[in-house]
Ligand binder design. Structure first.
Ligand SMILES: C[S@@+](CC[C@H](N)C(=O)[O-])C[C@H]1O[C@@H](n2cnc3c(N)ncnc32)[C@H](O)[C@@H]1O
Length: 451
């Protein structure tokens, strides 16, 4: 697919010998030398490398010595170290350690690269894939930096981190064209900060998922309009795109089922533009500003009936995830909604509720004040109760229900942040901050509720 040859201004590089279609695995290679991260002193690293160089075949040894070094050296051990420091690529989970590869390390950088490098920990090899069609005779290039930043910034980073002045096509554009390219890149990168901010903020993803989607949509539209010829391949776009392969990689994956869709939900009769509008949930004919969203109260994955709740004693991983090997945390939000049909006070305050399936169950308060914390006289039959992260409990002397123990997580309407005393907000049981999505539920309930 490629050959190794001299590239003016860049030393040696890889050039395609035939057309390489987008998505092709161009190479998959094992390292000939590795340097694990746990080695701390330079002396340790040097002798580690020397031992490996001595074990190389003659051909590998020759090829290794032909690799560039941007650092000065005085003896063989230093020379090997300098080559490794100039060309090594990250290896291992999360880039722990580095490795020298006879072919992959000869691939030059370009700010509008046509290939993507990656350490594949499953096969323990460095792989390079084309990210667009590469024509015969075209140089194969990858991107050495983490992100595509403005021209001056990336040139500075390449100089300080890699010791060379970039001679790629994008960095060699004549001043006027370069200025235009910088302006477009700037425009493209503008939503980036907002994308990262909103993607990091789980609550904002859940309460207003359209917002980050709008930013990404805008970025993609700009990219499609200007194309790589003007601005290069934004790695942020590639990174967001990689979520297509495995959306579960997104840390908030599954927290909201708002957009879950079956194969049959995908319309197959739309023109490309209309399909894009559907796909990106664009409000056609209106501005791009995100609209407030309300959850679907009939969505049983967010608002399960009593039988859909996890069992207190055998929590299922559909609801929880294991953190640090033994702690269970909710992996998403759910809220049990039910109508109070009866109230009672014997040993403790308790009430009977009817869930969405019409099932009647008991909610009992095993708090220090046995439920008096709620101010029972303000709770009435006909009110709706919302119990976040509710679990089924098996009572010793009565049918299964919900047992509430923590007095600090009782939120009476009058102290609820959105609370308007006269509007009968539901009670909440929550061992964490009430997520915005649930606050919106409260608003919906307030609007819809009547005794
Ligand atoms: C990992 S090596 C790549 C292969 C190298 N050209 C060779 O001859 O083996 C990195 C070195 O290649 C050169 N290089 C890579 N990309 C370049 C670029 N865009 N502009 C100028 N030099 C580049 C620099 O000298 C850099 O230190």
């Amino acid at each position: 697919m490629y050959t190794t040859q001299d590239i003016p201004g860049k030393g040696v590089g890889l050039v395609a010998t035939s057309k390489i279609p987008r998505g092709t695995r161009i190479l998959s290679e094992e390292p000939i030398i590795t340097v694990p991260e746990h080695l701390s002193s330079i002396e340790e690293i040097k002798s580690y490398i020397v031992r490996q160089v001595e074990r190389l075949s003659h051909a590998q040894h020759q090829a290794f010595l032909l690799m560039p070094s941007i650092h000065p050296f005085e003896n063989d051990a230093e020379r090997y170290l300098c080559i490794v420091r100039t060309v090594a690529l990250p290896i291992g989970e999360g880039g722990i350690g580095s490795g020298v590869f006879l072919e992959a390390c000869r691939i030059n950088h370009a700010c509008d690269n046509n290939a993507q490098k990656n350490w594949n920990s499953n096969i323990k090899r460095h792989t390079v894939h084309s990210i667009r069609d590469i024509e015969e005779g075209e140089e194969i290039t990858v991107f050495y930096l983490a992100e595509l930043t403005k021209r001056a910034e990336r040139q500075e980073a390449l100089r300080t981190k890699f010791g060379f002045t970039c001679a790629c096509r994008l960095c060699s554009l004549p001043p006027a064209e370069s200025e235009e390219s910088v302006r477009r890149l700037d425009e493209l990168l503008q939503p980036e900060e907002k994308i990262s901010q909103s993607a990091m903020d789980s609550m904002s993803v859940i309460s207003a998922p359209l917002r980050p989607l709008r930013y990404i949509d805008r970025q993609m539209q700009l990219y499609n309009r200007h194309g790589r010829d003007d601005i290069g391949v934004p790695h942020q776009v590639v990174r967001h795109g990689s979520l297509l392969d495995d959306p579960a990689k997104m840390h908030v994956y599954g927290w909201s089922m708002k957009w879950s869709a079956g194969m049959n939900d995908v319309p197959d009769d739309l023109a490309p533009d209309a399909f894009d509008n559907w796909l990106w949930r664009r409000e056609t004919g209106t501005s791009n500003s995100p609209k407030p969203q309300f959850p679907d109260l009939r969505d049983r994955s967010v608002f399960p009936s009593f039988l859909g709740l996890p069992d207190e004693n055998s929590p299922v991983l559909h609801y929880y995830k294991m953190v640090d090997g033994f702690t269970l945390r909710p992996r998403r939000h759910w809220c049990f909604l039910a109508e109070i049909v009866d109230l009672g006070m014997d040993l403790r305050f308790r009430f009977q509720v009817r869930d969405m399936e019409g099932e009647k169950i008991e909610v009992a308060f095993h708090t220090p004040a046995r439920g008096i914390e709620l101010g029972p006289c303000e709770i009435h039959v006909g009110y709706t109760v919302g119990i976040l992260y509710a679990e089924r409990h098996v009572f010793a002397f009565s049918p299964p229900g919900i047992r509430h123990e923590d007095p600090t997580t009782l939120q009476h309407p009058s102290i609820c942040k959105h609370g308007r005393r006269e509007e009968n907000l539901p009670w909440l049981r929550s061992d964490r901050v009430v997520p915005d999505e649930m606050r919106q539920v409260l608003d919906v309930l307030v609007l819809r509720q009547g005794k």
